[in-house]
Design a protein around this ligand. Structure first.
Ligand code: NAD
Length: 646
């Protein structure tokens, strides 16, 4: 059975759109005739508007309210209160202005009418935090609580999105901590859950459309509910930490709440499982801390303390200060625990999902891998089991949403649909993610003495036309003439007579024949057979850099991450000799474009080769009108792997 004590608070709340017009009436209810209007410097225009609205009932204004209610500002404002002989305080603005009204009211006994324009929630509490000599202290007393709160949705329409978001998460923090406070009660529980639900729905809409009045109304209503929670129960570690970081290290109030909340929740989750699952339900997500983290990230708000300007060197001191005095918290507050929490918040790491969910995921993965255990082929079993494990890990670590998974499936479907006899989008995908190069590194480049391999790429066509020694691959094509004379040897330099070399490359504009629908038959690709010296000679043109095809899903992926699509200029070779490891490689033109940032990560230093420039007679005696290039290279082939090797 749950035992509780509940006390309702006597604040009068007026809520709606355009309600600022009801301010004179509210002052009359209080019998006030001389109101001092308070604001921050940034909201001085609003203070002026309110003065005009009040007419003779306005005694003056003070527009110097500041965050964390510095005592010197309060003293300055007190002088203005006295000079103006005010009989009432009207605060228009966020928590900073409300804080000043509370500080003045508790010193003078004047009644307060608060018009909140953020979601801080201070207007609903009897708590006052003040800063003096860099130390923030709070006190609580019934007379601090404002007697009248007037919410006008229209005044929040211009609240900038970044402030709206962090202020909204500040409100959410009040609701979250109310749910695991020691003195919870059913009324506060319901207010808190409703506030969380409203904020989770309203904040993304506000971020997408700041003028969305319905969303603004929901956020403001949530701010009131959450503020009421804050005013009803004692707050835990989260508020304590934010208070420390704001008061002693000057961090901004709402952004600090925004960064710390998911980590404080993750820290407290093991000690407050019921509260967390209720919060998760209100958020419509399986795990509360990660859902809050993801919401904050989706809203574009800060996610780490480093970005708020906190130096890493201050973390130990912050942990020390936060543990110096106790706070009501479901989990025991220890220096080590806080240090870890702060380290996570400093880095902005996504909190790990809480145990119950991790357990379910673990069980599910166990069922799937067990279903693969009977695969008769050991290698199939190993690869499929490990792939499944890593995919499950990927899904869990990133808390993948249904939409994201559908997108991934659609992306792969489109990749398949893009494939044809002359277009291999899956190879492009593998190449651009560096997987082809990784497989190539593991499979092919295993001896230091053999020529390194390189990726096959998407443009190889089986069975290129055989051409005789010295033939011209580029018959009739424009470009800088290139004369290649390459040798194929074993690792000791012994020629490998009869070696078969498939050669293919792009034209002067960077296109392969298969990309050009108007071309009839193969172009710039051929099969040569080495002579007794292992030598192959052919004429071609100098290859140039080229973009991989950009009109498919892979092109869109590169564009989405801001990557260029270019490959460094190269000639492909596939060389096979019976009893030797087939060598698939590329020779890159030294000094060519994108040698250092080839989009498929295919360049290896040993494959960057000089193609020196020449003038005058060519090796085959043809007249040359301009300069020509040569390629001289020896391919060294390793013995074929023995069966059983990998
Ligand atoms: P804030 O009041 O400092 O406002 C943030 C900025 O937004 C200010 O520059 C302000 O001029 C501007 N602004 C406010 N409303 C605007 C609007 N509608 N349109 C455009 N600009 C607007 O910040 P806050 O987060 O609302 O309040 C933080 C302060 O409140 C801190 O000092 C904190 O300690 C205190 N607080 C106290 C309690 C409590 O119960 N005692 C609760 C929450 C917050």
């Amino acid at each position: 059975m749950r035992a509780f004590t509940y006390a309702g608070h006597p604040t009068r709340v007026v809520f709606g759109a355009g309600t600022i017009g009801r301010l004179p009436e509210e002052l009359s209810r209080l019998g006030a005739t001389r109101a001092l209007v308070l604001s921050t410097p940034g909201r001085a225009d609003l203070a002026q508007r309110v003065r005009e609205l009040l007419g003779p009932a306005a005694a003056g204004e003070f527009t110097g309210a500041a965050m964390h209610t510095p005592v010197e500002v309060t003293e300055h404002a007190l002088a203005v209160v006295r000079e103006s002989a005010a009989d009432c305080l009207v605060a228009v603005g966020g928590g900073s202005t409300t804080g000043l009204a509370k500080a003045l009211s508790v010193r003078t006994g004047l009644p307060q009418v608060v018009v909140p324009t953020t979601y801080a929630g201070s207007e609903a509490t009897a708590v006052l935090g003040e800063t003096e000599n860099g130390v923030k202290t709070t006190r609580s007393a019934p007379e601090i609580r404002p007697g009248t709160v007037l919410y006008d949705v229209d005044l929040t329409l211009g609240l900038p999105v970044p402030v709206s978001v962090t202020s909204g998460i500040n409100a959410m923090a009040h609701a979250v901590e109310a749910l695991y406070a020691p003195e919870t009660d059913p009324v506060t529980d319901q207010l808190a859950l409703r506030a969380i639900e409203l904020l989770a729905e309203a904040l993304p809409r506000i971020a997408d459309g700041p003028g969305d009045r319905a969303a603004r109304a929901n956020a403001l209503e949530a701010a009131w509910l959450a503020g009421t929670c804050l005013g009803s129960v004692g707050m835990g570690l989260h508020h304590k930490l934010c208070h420390t970081l704001g008061g002693s290290f000057g961090l901004p109030h709402a952004p600090t709440h925004t960064v710390v909340l998911p980590y404080a929740m993750a820290h407290n989750a093991p000690a407050a499982p019921d509260a967390m699952s209720r919060i998760a339900r209100a958020l419509g997500a399986p795990d509360a801390p990660t859902a809050v983290h993801d919401l904050i990230r989706r809203l574009g708000a800060p996610t780490n303390l480093a970005d708020l300007g906190l130096a890493a060197s201050k973390l130990p001191r912050a942990a020390e200060l936060a543990t110096a005095t106790p706070c009501p918290n479901p989990r025991e507050v220890t220096r080590e625990g806080i240090a870890q929490l702060l380290a996570d918040a400093f880095e902005g790491r996504r909190p790990a999902p809480a145990e119950p969910l991790a357990d379910s995921l673990h069980t599910l993965l166990g069922q799937v891998t067990a279903s693969l255990a009977g695969a008769p082929d050991a290698r199939v079993r190993q690869l499929l089991t490990d792939l499944t494990r890593r995919l499950h890990g990927f899904v869990a670590d990133n808390d993948l949403s249904d939409d994201e998974w559908r997108y991934a499936i659609d992306f792969l479907t489109r990749t398949g649909q893009q494939c044809s006899d002359t277009r291999q989008e899956f190879i492009l995908l593998s190449d651009t993610l560096g997987i082809s190069s990784a497989v190539d590194l593991l499979t092919n480049s295993r001896t230091a003495e053999s020529t390194p391999s390189a990726v096959l790429g998407p443009f190889y066509v089986e069975g290129p036309p055989p051409l005789p020694d010295g033939a011209d691959l580029a018959e009739g094509l424009t470009g800088t003439p290139m004369y290649a004379s390459v040798r194929v040897t074993d690792l000791d330099g012994k020629p490998l007579a009869g070696a078969v070399a498939d050669v293919w490359q792009s034209n002067e504009d960077g296109y392969y024949d298969v990309q050009l629908p108007d071309i009839d038959g193969p172009q710039l690709r051929a099969r040569f057979r080495a002579d007794d010296e292992g030598r192959i000679r052919f004429r071609s043109i100098l290859p140039s850099e080229y973009p991989i095809p950009e009109d498919g899903p892979v092109g869109r992926m590169l564009a989405a991450v801001g990557r260029h699509p270019y490959r460094a200029p190269h000639v492909h070779f596939m060389i096979s000799v019976p009893g030797r490891h087939t060598l698939v490689t590329q020779l890159f033109v030294a000094g060519g474009a994108h040698i250092d940032d080839d989009t498929v990560f295919g360049v290896k230093d040993a494959l960057v080769v000089d193609f020196p420039e020449h003038h005058g007679p060519t090796p085959d005696g043809r007249p040359a009108e301009g300069p020509w290039r040569s390629l001289d290279y020896t391919f060294r082939l390793a013995p074929a792997p023995t069966p059983g090797d990998r």
